[in-house]
Ligand binder design. Structure first.
Ligand SMILES: [Zn+2]
Length: 278
């Protein structure tokens, strides 16, 4: 599932190709593509000019010269590609938008491809530049308003385990299963330890580890596991090579040589080193 680094890679790719262009057509091809909460069909965006591509956590949106915005969530397998209109149609294409530049030439398209159909697009109102569905999402660590002290205090007061706490998008946003496991390994904290039982320094270490692993992943263009996640040019990211625990059950921990364990926990699997994170 695309997490912050993958969504940021898509955001920066879109920014490069679509800002300043106008949306000239919008089509959808699957009933689940448009989120039920959308205030209008995607065709409402036709004629608008894309002014910026924004992101918070795993949410992405196109700022338009309108009083609404076009939001995208990639779900489990969503991709946003920028392609010439002449490119062959992908099997799982769910929506497409054709773009025109000032001169009307260069008919590129934004295509939304989503095999598993958990991703969605929607037209939403915005408040202070933030779409409706993103209002309740906490700042992600790359936003200037992100306050690590506040986040540490919030986590410290929780009676749940540390892993679901850092996955909670209302505490901090952007971290999903992959980067949670990697952050906990780097901080040497077991995923099942109850937040209250951790010191503030330990919690801070988990968060700073999440930030540094996500920074490195952004540089690598994200993690592509199953050919689902791609950047806007259809290329895979190569961060999966740098993962220390996620997807490495049975392999040796690069720090201590113990076998990496995988446990099912909180409806997901967690990968960790039983010695380093004991
Ligand atoms: Zn280890």
């Amino acid at each position: 599932m695309p997490e912050l680094p993958e969504v940021e890679t898509v955001r920066s790719g879109l920014e490069k190709y679509v800002v300043g262009k106008r949306i000239s057509t919008a089509q959808t091809f699957h009933p689940r593509t448009v989120k039920p909460g959308s205030i209008a069909p995607l065709a409402a965006a036709v004629g608008s000019k894309i002014q910026a591509v924004k992101r918070r956590g795993k949410f992405l949106w196109l700022e338009l010269d309108r009083d609404f915005t076009l939001v995208a969530h990639l779900g489990m397998s969503g991709q946003l590609l920028v392609q010439p209109a002449s490119a062959p149609i992908q099997t799982h294409m769910r929506a497409r938008f054709s773009l025109t530049s000032r001169l009307g030439r260069g008919r590129d398209e934004i295509r939304f491809i989503d095999q598993r159909t958990f991703g969605w697009l929607s037209i939403e109102e915005q408040n202070n530049g933030i779409p409706t569905c993103v209002q309740h999402i906490a700042f992600d660590p790359f936003e200037s308003e992100f306050d690590i002290k506040q986040v540490v205090a919030k986590i410290k007061s929780k009676k749940c385990a540390i892993k679901p706490a850092i996955l909670n998008q209302e505490v901090l946003s952007g971290v999903g299963n992959i980067y949670a496991d990697e952050a906990l390994w780097r901080a040497k904290i077991h995923p099942e330890i109850i937040c209250e039982d951790l010191s503030e320094d330990e919690i801070k270490k988990v968060i700073t580890s999440a930030i540094s692993v996500m920074k490195s992943a952004i540089k690598a263009g994200g993690t592509s596991f199953d050919q689902q996640y791609k950047n806007v040019n259809g290329e895979s990211g190569y961060f999966s090579r740098s993962l220390k625990v996620y997807g490495r059950e049975g392999e040796k921990c690069s720090r201590c040589g113990s076998a990496i364990h995988r446990i099912a926990f909180a409806n997901r699997s967690s990968h960790f080193c039983p010695r380093c994170q004991g």
